[in-house]
Every structure is written in C-alpha cells, then in structure tokens.
Design a protein around this ligand. Sequence first.
Ligand SMILES: [Zn+2]
Length: 422
Amino acid sequence: MFIAGDSPVPVPDALDRVIEIADYMSIIAAQRLERIDAMRREALAEAAAFGRELTPVVERGIRLELAAALRVTEYVADDLLHLAEALVQRYPAVLDSLAGARVTEQHARILVSSLDAVESELRGILLPDALAEAEAQPVGTFRRRLRAMIDAARSVTLARRHEEALAHRRVAIEPAEDGMAWLHALIPAVEARAIHSRVTAMAKAIASHPDESRSLDQTRADVVCDLLIEGDTAGHPAEARGIRATVAVTVPALALLAADDDERDRRGHAPASVEGIGPIPLDEAKRLCAGAEGWMRVLTHPETGAVLSVGRDQYRPPPGMRRLIRWRAGRCMAPGCGVPASRCEIDHTVAWQDGGPTSLFNAAPLCTGHHTVKHHGGWTVEQVPGSGGALLWTSPAGRRYLVQPERPLPVFRPSSAADAPF
Ligand SMILES: [Zn+2]
C-alpha cells in the first residue's frame, strides 16, 4: 500500500504486466473449468431425461462434442472434463485458489492427478498442506514436495507393498526397429540405481581416454553388454576396472533407533530413501547401512563430527562436505530448477576470490546454466543466515526469490572464530 510521503508510487514495469496477464489466465482457467463441468452435468441430465442409460457411450458423446467445439483432440477434451469434474466436485478449495490466481492451472492439474492416485482415505489428510505448497512454490518444487508428502504418508504401508512388488521382479526383452532391442529389468530401485551409477562411473572413466570417440550413452550400453555377456572388463582401460558405485541412502535417525513398527509410527515416519529414486522400506535401508560397501549412509540428523567448514585453507570442499552440500540441497539451488544436485557444480556463494570461505554455509550446488547466470546475469545470491542452507536470489529488476534446500540442516555453531560471520 502506498503511504503519502513514504516513497514514490512504484511504476509498474514490464514484468508486472506479464504477471497481471498470468493472473488473469488463472482466473479465466477456473471459469472455463467450471463451465466445462456445468456442460457435462447438463448433458448427463438431458440424457437421463430422455431415459437413456448413463453408459460410457454417453460420456464418450460429451467428450466428442467438447473436442469438436474447442477444436482439440478427444484426449485433451477428456483431460479437461476430468480436471473440471475433480475441481468442481471434489477439490473446491483448489478451484477457489485457481479462481483467486493463487495457483496456476498447472499446479491444480498436478495436485489433482497426484491426489487422485493415492488411497482415498489419505486425500483429505494431504489436501490442506498440498494446497499450501501449491500456493507458495514454483511448479517443479511443488511437484517434488507433493511427491515427498505423499511418500511420507504412504510409507506406513511401503514395506508390505514392496514385498508384494518384489515378487514380480523379472528381465524382459522388447524388440525395437533396425535390428535393435530393449532389455528391461524390473528390480528393486536400490539395485537399479547402483547398477546405473556403476555403469556411468565406468563409462566416464573410459570416456576420459584421449582415443575415445563414443558418447557417454553408447559407452554405458557397451559396458552393460561387456559385464553381462562376458562378465569381465579386461578390454576396458585400467582406470575403468574395479569401479564400485556409491549410492546415498538417507535414513531418518529416529526411525533407526525405534525398536519396532509401533514405536516408529509413534515417532512419525519420514521414510528412508535413496538419492534420485525415492523411498525404500526401512528394513531394506537398515540392511544397506549395516556396513555393506558402496552405500553412503546419511542420517537426516547429521552425526556430530561432520565437516562444516575448512575456511580459507582449501578451495575445493573435501568429499564429505561436497556430499553433504549436495544432499542438503537435493537439486540445483536456483529458483524452481529441477537438475539433481549430483549433476551440479558446487558454487561458493560468496566467491573464493572475494574472500568467501569453503564452508557448508557458503556453498550450494548450481547446474551449469544457473551457475553462469549467477556469475554473469546481474543477479545477486546470498545464503540466509541461520536457515540451514536457504538461498535468497535477487534479480536485476530487484525481485527476490527464496529457495529452500530439500533438507534443511540443523544449524551448528562452527567452533572456529574465523567462520563467525557465517
Ligand atoms: Zn539450475
């Protein structure tokens, strides 16, 4: 609100005009969906009045009419009818939010399709928090948070569902064109990730050879063939042999300490999860953490003794700190970016040449594109003190965007006085 004498009336800039139209689009989208559902109900009522049974044929006719009228495919029309029915009949609070331009149509679509896929008794429980996230977060972040929320709610039954799914493990071959074929393996996600990580690490070692001309994808495929057909890597360069993958398994410390399922339920049940995959049954996680090689154990409450800072002694963060920085963020720490942290570069938030220390409180993963934008795009980026890893981005136009890490770390007081500003 403008207060006389306080500051000059802000002049709307070009981005304000874009935002205004985007808001109108959300408002109009809500009205369109309301009318689509009204049209569906009217057509059903008419069919009933003529004594026709409400069969799939009637539904099909409604879909055809909407598709023809809007000049879209029947597939799109069906999607619109479903979304309209869901918002008007079952998720009125979400429709209200769209009509008030607090979420976009894409947020609403993600919310409906995700909640419709979970057990009906969980929907009402999840809805208020899911809508609050939709109203606060960009689409990519919202989708991930909603996924995590649903995973946590469903983790109670995860062990049983995993047990049943495990019975269906198999390897299958699917013919493709031009003398090619797909080889599929339905296996536990943890093993799948370990296989992919190892094959990628070996392919990268091979690709670093000066005579190598194959792409990473091609090399990965060749490594899979070598390992599965001959079972040996004698033909690979020495540095690619004997590579074992490391996969991060995140386990909530409290769940590990819980004596049994009942106690675990009482303590709350954030699920154990594997980096890049999602939740796994807790017993599986316990087995992996029991000392098997190749698994990096990360407790969601960090163990004391974690390396928090090496100050100005070393530009490159030590491996433990790099893992912690990536694990904390989960993703590139630019607003709304979804690139996994494992594929990001670690950026000194305050640049090394400007005196920035190599510290957990001055580092965040950024994908190559956003790393370039940060350094050359006129944006300023700061770590929010005491936030456990949040970044505040300020655009050249002066707008501010807060990016929270996927897993905020408890804030420790670094013992070294040199780190006091952080
Ligand atoms: Zn990015």
